[in-house]
Ligand binder design. Structure first.
Ligand code: ATP
Length: 251
């Protein structure tokens, strides 16, 4: 599904990604780990065309992803969540999720749709799609609640709901369980497993929570200083001396 070759991204004197290459098969759940500043979020920003790569190629379902414009990403079936939640605080949980269901994510459309009868049907479709995802993530009871004021763990699930409402084929999750309690991490893991099994979604997840990554991922890739230093099954990567040193070296 995804083939990344020699991907390089520089910011002035910093090489955030340095010739990174890997592949992801359809249906896989791949963990992307590495110390702070290793280049994980930069990789997501390249895959979603927010950042321009200096070199390298990315094949996605047979297409040259780096030749696609940023606005085409959602329509190609790639959705992401953000490390710092990207929700609209005054909009309800349902409305935030509807923004995801509307592939271009234009919040203004939702307001307009309340006034223009011609687009009511479209609004009903977005609402139905959002409600389906909210039910899956156990958020139905909070559908009308504004995002502001909800517990952090709940907001993380709303962020996931919004990404899922876009019906992605490839889901990029950036630190989805950061800051969650043990119980919330367990709940999130369960939801993610069910999503992968039921919805045929391929997932790449960036996360520092090793228990979560090791428990849920089929394969783990470790970056350090922009380079891939390890890749393999979770147990193998966890024991890899280069990975241990990368983490201990920055502790
Ligand atoms: P963390 O785990 O802390 O989120 P990360 O592995 O996601 O880290 P990145 O955020 O990808 O790391 O950053 C990799 C490097 O690129 C860092 O040195 C960072 O400062 C730099 N960097 C990332 N984005 C930019 C930018 N827009 N402008 C300049 N430098 C950037």
């Amino acid at each position: 599904m995804l083939e990344v070759h020699d991907l390089t991204v520089r910011f002035g004197g910093i090489t955030a990604l340095d010739g990174v290459g890997f592949t992801v098969e359809r249906g896989e759940m791949v963990g992307l780990i590495g110390p702070n500043g290793a280049g994980k979020t930069t990789l997501f920003n390249c895959l979603t065309r927010r950042y321009q790569a200096n070199a390298g190629r990315v094949g996605y379902e047979g297409r040259d992803l780096l030749a696609e414009p940023p606005h085409a990403i959602a329509a190609l079936g790639i959705a992401r969540t953000f490390q710092n939640l990207g929700l609209f605080p005054r909009m309800s949980v349902r409305e935030n999720t509807m923004v995801g269901a509307h592939h271009h994510g234009r919040a203004g459309f939702l307001t307009a749709s309340l006034r223009l009868p011609g687009v009511r049907r479209e609004e009903a479709r977005l609402r139905a799609e959002a409600d389906e995802v909210l039910e899956r993530l156990n958020l139905t009871a909070l559908a009308d609640h504004p995002a502001a004021g909800l517990p952090f763990g709940t907001l993380k699930r709303v962020e996931l709901a919004r990404a899922l409402a876009a019906r992605p084929k490839l889901l990029l999750l950036d630190e989805p369980v950061n800051g969650l309690s043990h119980a919330e991490v367990d709940e999130f893991s369960g939801a993610l497993r069910a999503i992968r099994d039921d919805l045929d979604v391929t997932v790449i997840v960036v996360e520092h929570h090793m228990g979560f990554v090791m428990g849920i991922c089929d394969r783990v890739i470790c970056l350090d200083f922009g380079r891939k230093i390890a890749e393999g099954p979770p147990e193998q990567v966890q024991r890899d001396p280069a990975v241990i040193e990368a983490y201990l070296g920055t502790a």
